[in-house]
Write a protein that binds this ligand. Structure first.
Ligand code: C2E
Ligand code: MG
Ligand code: MG
Ligand code: MG
Length: 290
């Protein structure tokens, strides 16, 4: 068509964009074979109790080891995989793998944790809007639970506000089904999207992750402080646990703990780590309490 021809021509005069398209195409093909070969890695970042420092959960974060590009971070390929639909098989792999890994942590630590009065470790898995809307998604979750054998209460799905925005019947039904399975549902990056506390009342949400951008402003701006404290209070009243994301400084942790924020995650505690390091941490946290 004329439009396509026009676009081609426009690209012709913009080599950078053209290179971008070729690169995207190549990345898409690379992604296809990576998905086929399950050539991804999961890294795990601790989520801790801000009062006691206890390890409570790990968030699974996908990495793509690429021949030429090194370890590619999700920001560079998740959006691409969402556009192409490749996120559906990739996301299913992530869920299965994360649940299998959680089963290993549970075998190593649940008994000792129970003796210490701690619940089993949870695993948080990110789910994108496209993946959630796929007709097979609930079955993928069921399958990950069945094949790993983990207690559904130890699986948490992290959903962004973009998933919850379209409040249609299908979304409500799926959220209720997932809630009934017994898994936890978290709102990720709270405050960056179409933030609405009414999501907490409309859906069976059990966790709220306050975005790093709010945590960055703690101690710098009284307004920011009041906002985080207010969200924490409201969430607590509704039986929703707050996780503060991106904690990098001890004073941020102290302010959050003082305002009653129960959980936190960030470089202050640990960077995302590979599977063997996470297993070693599980054993350390279980058998050598600080
Ligand atoms: P997210 O779910 O909000 O994950 C938190 C991101 O913040 C991670 O980046 C983590 O490494 C980073 N982070 C944690 N603590 C700190 C800190 O103290 N300071 C700073 N500057 N950053 C911190 P990562 O691993 O690069 O992931 C980026 C995003 O990619 C994730 O944001 C999530 O939206 C997406 N993602 C990652 N894995 C998956 C996946 O398996 N499926 C889907 N659909 N999305 C994923
Ligand atoms: Mg997340
Ligand atoms: Mg987040
Ligand atoms: Mg984020």
């Amino acid at each position: 068509s004329a439009k396509a021809a026009g676009r081609r021509q426009w690209c012709h005069y913009r080599p950078a964009l053209q290179a971008g398209l070729v690169e995207r195409h190549e990345l898409n093909e690379n992604l296809d074979s990576a998905i086929a070969e399950a050539a991804f890695h999961l890294y795990y970042q601790p989520i801790v109790d801000l009062r006691t420092g206890d390890l409570v959960a790990f968030e699974a974060l996908v990495r793509w080891p690429h021949d030429r590009r090194g370890m590619v971070l999700p920001d560079e390929f998740i959006a691409l995989a969402e556009e192409s639909g490749q996120i559906v098989p990739l996301g299913a792999w992530v869920l299965e793998r994360a649940a299998e890994e959680a089963a290993v942590w549970h075998a190593a630590s649940s008994a000792a944790r129970a003796a210490a009065g701690l619940p089993p470790l949870r695993v948080n898995v990110n789910v994108s809007a496209r993946q959630f809307r796929d007709a097979g998604f609930v079955d993928v979750v069921r399958h990950a639970l069945d094949s790993s054998g983990i207690d559904p209460r130890t699986l948490v799905l992290e959903l962004t506000e973009s998933v919850l925005m379209r409040r249609d019947d299908r979304l409500r039904a799926d959220m209720d089904t997932l809630g009934d399975l017994g898994i936890g549902l978290a709102i990720d990056d709270f405050g960056t999207g179409y933030s609405s506390l009414s999501y907490l009342r409309e859906f069976p949400i059990s966790l709220l992750k306050i975005d790093k951008s709010f945590i960055d402003g703690l101690g710098l701006s009284p307004q920011q402080h009041a906002l985080v404290e207010g969200i924490t209070r409201i969430a607590d009243t509704l039986g929703v646990q707050v996780i503060a994301e991106g904690i990098e400084h001890p004073d941020q942790r102290d302010l959050l703990a003082a305002m009653g924020c129960p959980l936190g995650q960030g470089y202050l505690f640990a960077h995302p780590m590979d599977g063997p390091r996470a297993r070693a941490l599980v054993r350390r946290a279980t058998y050598e309490p600080a």
